[in-house]
Design a protein around this ligand. Sequence first.
Ligand code: ATP
Length: 438
Amino acid sequence: MKKVYVNELKNHLGEEITFSGFVDVVRDKKWVQFVILRDSTGKVQMTVEKEPAENASMVEQVTALTHDSVIKITAKVVENEAVKLGGLELIPSNIEVLSKAEELPFDYNNLDGVNLDTRLDYRWLDLRNEKNMLIRQVETALTQGMREFLYANNFTEIHTPKLIGAASESGSEVFEVKYFDRKAYLAQSPQFYKQMAIAAGMDKVFEVGPVFRAENSNTNRHSTEFTGFDLEFAHIDSYEDVMSLEEDLLIAGLTKVKEKYGDKIKELFGIEVIIPTKPFPRMALKDLYQKFHDKYGFDIPTEDVGDMNAEAEKLTFKLAQEEFNSEFMFITDYAATKRPFYHMRDENGKLQGYDLIWRGTEITSGAQREHRYEELLKNAQEKGLGEDVKFYLQFFKYGCPPHGGFGIGLDRLTMLLLGLPSLKETEFIFRGPNRLEP
Ligand code: ATP
């Protein structure tokens, strides 16, 4: 018999079913034993009466059960208004222990005071925590909402290689790997291949996939491997089109999260899912600097002029809230020297791109891309990128429509959405300079 999940039990009232799951709690009373069982959809009570005598062997089994063992039962689903968990209980006729759990190294229901590294060492136990389980479901809904929006708009999903032959692109560090008798690198973004799809005439493409960055930084928002939600589309007039699409995409993702998990997020995280409205405020970098100076007495350090730093991102959130009642803000007009060579510049050298800041952290870089071969070559040479991007430059030699796109850090999006302290708690399995296990 197929296992029935907790959230399906109400459709089986009065029936005999098979159920399997973790042992959450055992309450051994004088006349009766209550065992709370758990699967990924919820919890249910199993009830074993100590009388009649034919229950004796089941009673013995329950007495020996350890917390988080996995059992399989054959049971009748019985309505019982007195039971808090869904007003029903399971009355077993047979119990089988599938996996006996040893004593757990910490109580995942109460993670206060548990060292974060210990939690990560035992991540599969840490994930049993109800809030951690919800993080995964929320991220699923977020990607579902965004994916559905893209399918409805005729985007094609692509899967670009993560093993690449040349270290390249922007300044970000890449991981080198041994590749038979030569070197290869782990892709630090799908950028070049998204654009290859555009040159191939695919018009609208996206990818949700791993991104590798050899960044030896221990901030709350950097990991060495994260999930990028990247897209690129053709026949745009300007990067305004790209920002507009990103607004729609984020609204679609957040709406799905609110619909599916809004109440649960409020209950467990105490956070309201806010759906932003279009258009998000936009501000040019030099105007932002001026505002920082006038309002907060903050001046960007010389080495960051033309760009942002962590402090500037925090203040951007403050400003967005105070002046626009918005949690999001697009920042434009970064210095071309601070951005990759493939971002388009206009005839005055003004960069045709943006970053999107949400709740004080950058979540996206986007731009219209340079699709004209000669210009692109010039920009690459200016950055001293010769041989490494030669293969990429070829994509633009045989016809390529104007296009643009962006890359969202999915992990950062989830972290900010749920108000989590860092990517360590957010990512399914975190990777950082000091963490390669489990
Ligand atoms: P930052 O300046 O914050 O390091 P970046 O400018 O290097 O980010 P991009 O190369 O534009 O980032 O990457 C696109 C998006 O990917 C970023 O906006 C961010 O959301 C996410 N991202 C970048 N680096 C990391 C990282 N190390 N860990 C997690 N997410 C990241």
